[in-house]
Design a binder for this molecule. Structure first.
Ligand SMILES: [Fe+2]
Length: 379
């Protein structure tokens, strides 16, 4: 019989107390400073299905034509997602809003930046496109106009009755049956076979700070939760996550909703509309968010979240061993589909990575060991 003692919490060590056996993620000098993840760009063969999912997921549609859909949240950002009609269903790339004191022209030379046509930019402003080491276009924007916020209900959380504090008297909780209205785009998670190279590139380009790093059994980093450098202003625990894996791939993107009841009620609406649920509701360990994961019509993962951690720029980086079970503190068990499938395609991919010397057999073994460790006593 499993007992409570067989449950484990991952141990996080601050960088200043890290043993020599764990490799640090060096933070390079930054060219500029991102202040928000503005929006994500998609190409889709069937725009109406994507629009239907976006509405049920709680996006507000800012504009929709036969060629392009622009979506926003209830906060002041004019756009959180853009889908254009194309030949394949794919994630194109992220757009970041850069600080006013960042010199976008600095990306022209070494980074091969290409100025964008202002008319392409939802919300206006100006921007430059750079290409990340995986070949993905990343837009860096400035002077994007804010939109008027859209209505949203007040969070019920301040009136949560607990055993020690009961502010909600003569007032039941009856949140409306409606999609979980998305407030804003929170973070993007990318898989990469070149974890070190991608981490260095994104830190240099965007000035990101590693909040939490996860490492393999040999002490080498394989996952980084990175936050924006907003100086004294608290920033989300992570805005970009890089996950060491076998592919250069979109993993998921996450959208903040107003509270836990929006997350739960939103799940009911998505279920009623027949969308594919992936994982949740639960609480993450690193970042602490209450989460619920869904798949869009083309199988791409989307996350609703609320109650995430915030850190100022001076908070120290933490290091935690990487294990599949360290993804969540409690809640539904993570589905095996979050791991690389054990099929012929994966095998061929591994052979190619080994032949191109982009990964070693030892690292593959350690990644498999981290992913295959039993997540829970019952799993
Ligand atoms: Fe997430």
């Amino acid at each position: 019989m499993p007992t409570a003692t067989t449950l484990r919490q991952p141990q996080t060590i601050p960088q200043s107390r890290l043993p020599a056996t764990v490799e640090r993620v060096p933070r390079p000098p930054a060219v500029g400073r991102a202040v928000s993840l503005a929006f994500l760009r998609w190409e889709k063969r069937a725009l109406p299905e994507t629009e239907r999912f976006w509405r049920d997921f709680g996006f507000a549609i800012a504009s929709a034509t036969a060629e392009c859909i622009v979506a926003r949240g209830t906060a002041a950002s004019p756009c959180i997602a853009v889908a254009t009609r194309g030949a394949v269903d794919r994630f194109v790339g992220p757009a970041f809003l850069m600080a006013d004191d960042t010199d976008l022209a600095a990306y022209e030379g070494a980074f091969g930046g290409r100025w964008l046509d202002d008319a392409q930019l939802p919300g206006g402003g100006r921007g430059i496109e750079v290409i990340d080491p995986a070949g993905r276009p990343v837009w860096l924007l400035q002077h994007q106009a804010e939109a008027l916020p859209l209505p949203n209900r007040a969070p019920v959380s301040p009136l949560t009755n607990t055993a020690v504090h009961a502010p909600r008297i003569n007032a039941p909780v009856r949140t409306p049956i409606e999609a979980a209205r998305v407030v804003r785009l929170g973070h993007l998670v990318l898989q990469t076979a070149d974890f070190a190279g991608m981490a260095q590139w994104y830190m240099r380009v965007l000035g990101l700070i590693p909040t939490d790093v996860q490492y393999l059994a040999d002490g080498s980093p394989a996952l980084a939760f990175m936050r924006l450098d907003l100086r004294d202003t608290p920033a989300d625990h992570h805005t970009l996550v890089l996950v060491g894996a076998l592919d250069e791939k979109y993993e998921h993107s996450a959208y903040e909703v107003v509270d836990l009841d929006a997350l739960g009620q939103g799940q009911q609406v998505l279920r009623a509309q027949g969308w594919r649920h992936l994982w949740g509701i639960g609480r993450h360990v690193l970042g602490s968010q209450l989460f619920d994961y869904w798949r869009d019509p083309d199988g791409f993962e989307y996350e609703h979240y609320t109650d995430g951690d915030l850190f100022t720029a001076d908070a120290e980086t933490g290091y935690t061993p990487l294990e599949f079970g360290s993804l969540w503190a409690w809640g539904a068990d993570a589905p095996a589909s979050l791991k690389p499938p054990k099929n012929l395609r994966t095998l061929l991919r591994i052979v190619r990575l080994l032949r191109e010397k982009r990964i070693t057999l030892q690292r593959l073994k350690l990644l498999a060991q981290a992913m295959d460790a039993p997540a829970r006593p019952w799993s």
